[in-house]
Design a protein. Structure first.
Length: 205
């Protein structure tokens, strides 16, 4: 039994009340998640549109930038490709994941986090524009990398795969630890309730 603010006595909450509250919570969470996903998709559409607009000169400029640093060295191209592939895949995925799942990141900060994720992913996106692009700039970028950046494209692909796998592992580890922690808390709460019941029986005896 419980007493409301106006002095009226109300009965205990029934299992149906708890189910209704849980259903409302899941509905609110689902709506929030849907809004976040729509925001992420809208940002992705904007990025793609900008990418098409920059396709004329970005692939050539990016290939020249990589070529000056690799300078025709296969080991250097491999190292640069792996580094950019891993970092520019793992970090953006983590940033977008946090923007989607953290309820306290809202409004401007959510958009800002997604923008930062896109900026960090730009090296991979520019390399992708060379690999899959059909423009003259993409073909020119391929020729530049063939001569000045050997191994860079293949290493970038492997780096992106490694970065994605690291992200999946991080999500799995986080969810596993959270589930384990919840189980520990539930078990502790059950033990505390059992101890309280035993003390109450001892006192009443």
């Amino acid at each position: 039994m419980a007493t409301s603010q106006d002095g009226e006595t109300t009965g205990p909450r029934t299992p149906a009340d708890h189910r209704g509250s849980a259903a409302d919570g899941w509905k609110s969470y689902g709506q929030q998640l849907l809004r976040n996903l729509v925001l992420v998709l809208a940002a992705a559409v904007v990025v793609v549109a900008i990418g098409y607009g920059l396709a004329a000169f970005v692939p050539r400029s990016w290939a020249q930038w990589i070529g000056r640093r690799v300078d025709g060295s296969l080991p250097a191209g491999t190292v640069w490709g792996l580094f950019l592939g891993v970092v520019c895949t793992f970090v953006p995925l983590v940033l977008v994941w946090q923007a989607v799942v953290r309820p306290w990141i809202k409004g401007f900060w959510k958009v800002a986090l997604i923008v930062v994720a896109v900026l960090v992913a730009l090296p991979n996106l520019m390399t992708l524009s060379i690999v899959v692009g059909t423009s003259n700039g993409a073909h020119a970028g391929e020729r530049i990398l063939d001569v000045d950046g050997p191994g860079f494209r293949a290493a970038s692909l492997w780096g992106a795969i490694i970065g994605a796998l690291l992200f999946v592992g991080l999500v799995w580890l986080t969810r596993t630890n959270r589930t384990r922690g919840q189980r520990v808390r539930d078990l502790k709460s059950e033990i505390d309730h059992r101890d309280q019941a035993e003390r109450a029986r001892d006192e009443s005896a």
